[in-house]
Write a new protein. Structure first.
Length: 133
């Protein structure tokens, strides 16, 4: 019991630990076109579980791919993104081919029906920019 109390006391008093990710970010709204994709060869390439940054995809991960123009605007690798209409925080872990502009692609594992049901939408996202301390 002493170990738990000491650990909790340390965590609560330690200034480098943040309990609310939003406290460390300034959030910027952006209107984008959003589609969905699956980790299937027919939709990506010969290595559908590997992102453009080298990350491994697994169903259930909250990942998005971004067009190159959005990457240049600040949606860099590991940027947190809130997607209106979806729960949780997604992370930029993949990039899209150069032909796309102002677009995100939401990773939906191998659930092709869910990706097709999402379709193509114009939505508002919010992306987090880390505050320099």
């Amino acid at each position: 019991m002493k170990t738990i109390v000491i650990t909790v006391a340390f965590l609560l008093s330690h200034p480098l630990i943040s309990y609310d990710m939003q406290d460390n970010y300034v959030w910027h709204d952006l209107k984008v076109t959003a589609t969905a994709y699956n980790s299937l060869q027919s939709q990506t390439n010969s290595r559908p579980q590997i992102t453009a940054f080298g990350d491994s995809l697994k169903p259930g991960l909250k990942v998005i791919a971004v067009s190159n123009d959005l990457y240049k605007k600040g949606l860099k690798y590991n940027t947190p993104v809130k997607i209106k209409g979806l729960e949780g925080i997604y992370y930029v872990k993949d990039k899209m081919p150069a032909r796309w502009q102002n677009k995100i692609d939401i990773y939906m594992g191998v659930d092709v029906k869910a990706a097709k049901a999402w379709g193509r939408r114009t939505i508002t996202i919010a992306y987090g920019e880390l505050i320099d301390e």
